[in-house]
Design a protein around this ligand. Structure first.
Ligand code: GDP
Ligand code: IMO
Ligand code: MG
Length: 425
């Protein structure tokens, strides 16, 4: 059977949670494979709004298996809060499974995230300060604690004592911060492990078997291509691989399993945190998009930077992710803001016109967007329930985006609700 991948193709917050929730109604398994609770995925079901950080966005369907793969970094305290919050709202988490290989975010990761950002000063990345980068650093350093350790108290205590001492030396001697109480941390985390151990399972095996049995598997991207450690605007990126290829490693599956790769974008561009953003708007149009689109971070509440749709980025995404289609969200936000600009290429300061996204931020800084202006559209499209119902101006805009991006647009979002996603064959 088919396995679908849903990836963000800008700088995050494209509405991946909404798309996953919609597609999950037809899926048997939903898998998160990278990132952690730096993600904030919004799912709206009727009047109920759920903000999910670690738990896959298929959780609202009682029979859908929701997997946290080996590539995710798990803050057990946050996970327990999320499970508790969902249970209190009547959402059972009995189908949640966490891979024993998934790394655990420790208090020293969170402390070091804040301290290293402060140390960077003006060149800070603007991280979510959830300990994501420091946790992945320990994974690469091969001193990380994993979910298997968390549910085995003796193993956990021994490893945490050893690593904790090193981390406290770094916190206090390098950064001048306050030491973490290691014994209290160990006791707290062993408690979390006991509450979470029922969820442990080898998620690579679960995905493989489900796929072999003909079940539908859906891979849920967190963050987005331009935050990818290799393909993003380094160093202003996250520490994992949000591109489609990242799923093979983070979920323990082969690339031949994936046959449908859906890139999610907004009809404009946003970014939270620092780093280059060629089409950023600093005028009232930018404010208008921010306010009308409620562009404030799901995880940190920070105002999101806003700008025009950048087709250079989307063409890059088609290449890097092997996209088979695009989902364009928030078309409703653009209604009534006047003429629309689409960045179709960049002009390099040496005079060249670039159609491919530059590989480094130094080269990107030498580029200016080349825009095509497109007539805006008026009215309220949020009540449209099929693509055909959209005004001609909207349809023409979508056709233009398809042409410039070189990828079919198979979904168009006209609101945050499940029924506000217009699908096309
Ligand atoms: P994610 O991180 O990619 O899952 O996206 P977020 O949940 O962080 O941010 C997307 C926001 O846009 C959420 O508040 C969604 O409810 C909302 N949203 C998603 N699609 C649409 C859409 O088509 N129109 C509007 N107006 N809002 C949308
Ligand atoms: P979703 O899944 C938007 C950004 C942070 C910062 C950079 C590094 O909701 O789209 P980190 O804490 O990961 O080390 O921060 O990455 N960032 C996101 N921006 N959406 C996200 O997730 C993000 N996750 C991380 O703002 O710029
Ligand atoms: Mg988000």
């Amino acid at each position: 059977m088919s396995a679908k991948v849903v990836v963000g193709v800008q700088w995050g917050d494209e509405g991946k949670g909404k798309i996953i929730d919609i597609l999950a109604s037809r899926a048997d398994v939903v898998v998160r494979a990278q990132g952690g609770n730096n993600a904030g995925h919004t799912v709206q079901s009727g009047d109920e709004v759920y903000k999910l950080h670690l738990i896959p966005s298929g959780i609202l369907y009682p029979n859908t298996l929701c997997l946290i793969g080996s590539g995710v970094v798990v803050d057990p305290n946050v996970l327990l809060e999320e499970i508790g919050g969902l249970k209190a709202r009547g959402v059972a988490c009995k189908n949640l499974r966490i891979d024993p290989r998934a790394h655990i975010i420790m208090p020293w990761h969170i402390a070091l995230d804040g301290l290293s950002e402060a140390y960077r000063g003006k060149s800070e990345i603007g991280t979510t300060k959830r300990g994501i980068g420091p946790c992945y650093m320990d994974k690469a350093e091969r001193i990380g604690l994993r979910f298997y350790d968390l549910v085995h108290p003796e193993i956990f205590a021994e490893k945490a004592r050893e690593v904790g001492k090193l981390k406290n030396d770094i916190i206090t001697k390098v950064y001048g911060g306050n030491a973490i109480d290691i014994e209290k941390t160990i006791a707290d985390y062993i408690g979390y492990g006991q509450q979470l151990k029922e969820y442990m399972d080898d998620t690579s095996v679960l995905i493989y078997n489900a796929h072999k049995e003909g079940k539908q598997v859906l891979f849920e991207g967190a963050q987005a291509m331009l935050l990818d450690l290799d393909m993003g605007t380094y160093p202003y990126v996250t520490s994992s691989h949000p591109v489609a290829g990242g799923f093979c490693i983070g979920a323990g599956v082969g690339p031949t399993m994936m046959d449908d790769i859906i890139g999610v974008a907004k009809s404009y561009t946003t970014r939270v945190g620092k780093g280059p953003f060629p089409t950023e708007l600093f005028d009232e149009t930018g404010d208008l998009i921010r306010n009308r689109g409620h562009e404030f971070g799901t995880t940190t509440g920070r105002p999101r930077r806003t700008g025009w749709f950048d087709a250079v980025i989307i063409r890059y995404a088609v290449r890097v992710n092997g996209l088979t289609s695009l989902a364009i969200n928030k078309l409703d936000t653009l209604c009534g803001i006047g003429d629309l600009k689409i960045c179709v290429a960049y002009r390099h300061e040496d005079g060249r016109v670039l159609y491919d996204f530059p590989a480094t931020i130094e080269e990107l800084a030498k580029c200016e967007p080349i825009y095509e202006t497109f007539p805006g559209f008026e009215g309220d499209i949020s009540s449209c329930r099929s693509f055909e119902e959209l005004p001609e101006g909207c349809k023409a805009y979508i056709a233009k985006l398809e042409e410039i991006c070189g990828c079919p647009i198979k979904m168009v979002g006209v609101g945050p609700g499940r029924d506000q996603n217009l699908e096309r064959a």
